[in-house]
Design a protein around this ligand. Structure first.
Ligand code: AMP
Ligand code: ZN
Length: 474
């Protein structure tokens, strides 16, 4: 098995991945603008980044991930004003909501979540360096990046900024620029807007400078991976490169990874279009966050993901099927005469699963391998059953695979072998009591287990047990 390969937007090719520092990956991911709840399009990108970090961990790397929180920009300022709240209080509310959402989707926490408003001195420092190197000019109290001073501009996106584009894109709140292609680094204060008194004058930062300052402060001037969705490539990431490389003269990022969009009826899901669902919307309609996680990770990140409720139902069924097989596996007594699942199936699974992920995070292949394995497990359980050894190997590889996917219920794995044996013995006693029509004893056993957070379910194939949610959290 080779190493990991990723598609690098900069070179437009698959490249094998090696971090700068052996065994340690430093990565930066553009985070949310915290003026509202994130929608499931944003979450699709955050799930891609979660699968990325967990895959790197599966392959033995330590990961330092930084995700910024944009807590000052036109939108946060506008909506805080509308809500009649101080900016900090307003963004605090949506930062808390953001963490609730990512926790619900089992997205692993990054190592750092810097807030833009807490990195103003670093941004000022970076703008000063750019000024010293002749990349900036001032106009009406704002500071702009002069794109003509950075000949490599456009190398990530392939966008050629010739004169035709001049005037094409003037952002609402950018004042007087010499050239429409230039972008703002520092914005002059406006009445009623937050502003910082700094060495480069009063004002507030532009959006792009945030990411350059926070990434380099926390990860160094050159780091391994920078991610986002495809709409970030131009102009945001192009501008980050111009700022960072313009200031340091060093390569900024070694690999750029970008996720395709989640779309609805052919269009990008976006707040501005009003065609969006938040995670809360879907949970309120009764969908399980794990099924939503499954849906969002099931399509490889470089393909568009077309969101439909049919797709969400299918994801729900798939997660239920996986959970049922796992429960059967954990609650069916081991076969004594050696099970008939060849160990080879387990090895094939490990190979296909890892190889799929190593192939630019092909989650569809990884999931395919998982379903194939669990189909075989079901067939074996329908037949002669599985030996204790095979069951233990299966538990171990499923646990490993789930360190990346995180779509299996945690329940049964939290119980020791002794505990499982004790529960099985009580179930036997209960069944015996029921056969003797001693329902009082049978019910007492059931209630005792229930009080411990263990629920019994009588199925045509016998009694199975599972842990309740409260018990799982203990
Ligand atoms: P924002 O809060 O708008 O800055 O977006 C946060 C992240 O979500 C950025 O990386 C965006 O590129 C990404 N994003 C926004 N809309 C979508 C979408 N429909 N599908 C996937 N990612 C998106
Ligand atoms: Zn960014």
């Amino acid at each position: 098995m080779g190493g990991i390969r990723f598609y690098n937007t900069m070179t437009r090719s698959l490249e094998s991945f090696e971090p700068l520092e052996e065994g340690h990956v430093r990565m930066y991911t553009c985070g949310p603008t915290v003026y509202n709840y994130v929608h499931i399009g944003n979450l699709r990108t955050f799930i891609f980044e979660d699968i990325l970090r967990r895959t790197l961990q599966l392959f033995g790397y330590r990961v330092t991930q930084v995700m910024n929180l944009t807590d000052v920009d036109d939108k946060t300022i506008r909506d805080a004003k509308e809500a009649g709240m101080p900016l900090r209080e307003f963004t605090d509310r949506y930062i808390a909501a953001f963490f609730e959402d990512i926790d619900m989707l089992r997205i692993q926490r990054a190592e750092h979540y810097p807030r833009a408003t807490e990195y103003i001195p670093q941004m000022v420092e970076l703008i000063k360096r750019l000024e010293q190197r002749g990349h900036t000019y001032r106009s009406e109290g704002s500071i702009y990046y002069r794109i003509s001073t950075f000949p490599e501009y456009g190398k990530l996106s392939g966008v050629r900024l010739d004169k035709n584009l001049a005037g094409a894109r003037v952002e609402a709140d950018e004042y007087e620029k010499e050239d429409a292609r230039d972008f703002v680094l520092w914005k002059a204060p406006k009445p009623g807007e937050p502003s910082w008194d700094t060495e480069i004058g009063p004002g507030r930062p532009g959006w792009h400078i945030e990411c350059s300052a926070m990434s380099m402060s926390l990860l160094g001037e050159t780091f391994d991976i920078h991610t986002g969705a495809v709409d970030n490539i131009f102009p945001h990431h192009e501008n980050e490169i111009a700022q960072s490389e313009g200031a340091t003269g060093k390569p900024f990022v070694r690999m750029w990874l970008h996720a395709e969009h989640l779309i609805v009826e052919g269009e990008k899901m976006a707040k501005s279009k009003g065609n969006f669902f938040t995670l809360r919307d879907l949970v309120q309609r009764g969908y399980d966050p794990v099924a939503i996680r499954y849906l969002l990770l099931s399509v490889p990140y470089r393909q568009k993901l077309n969101f439909t409720f049919d797709g969400l139902h299918a994801a729900e069924q798939a997660t239920q099927r996986l959970a049922n097989t796992l429960r059967r596996l954990n609650t069916t007594p081991p076969a004594t005469g050696g099970g008939d699942l060849p160990l080879e199936s387990i090895e094939t699974f490990i190979h296909d699963f890892r190889d799929g992920l190593a192939d630019d995070l092909n989650t569809a292949r990884a999931l395919g391998a998982l379903h194939t394995l669990l189909r075989r497990v079901n067939t074996a359980l329908d037949g002669d059953g599985l030996s204790g050894d095979v069951r233990r190997s299966l538990s171990e590889v499923l646990r490993q695979a789930d360190t990346v996917l995180d779509i299996l219920p945690a329940e049964d794995s939290t119980v020791s072998d002794d505990e499982a044996a004790r529960i099985e013995a009580l179930i036997k006693q209960r069944n015996a009591a029921r056969q003797n029509r001693d329902f009082a004893t049978a019910d007492a056993i059931r209630d005792r287990l229930a009080s411990e957070g263990i629920v019994l379910e009588d199925t045509p194939n016998g009694t199975v047990w599972k842990l309740t949610r409260q018990r799982v959290r203990q």
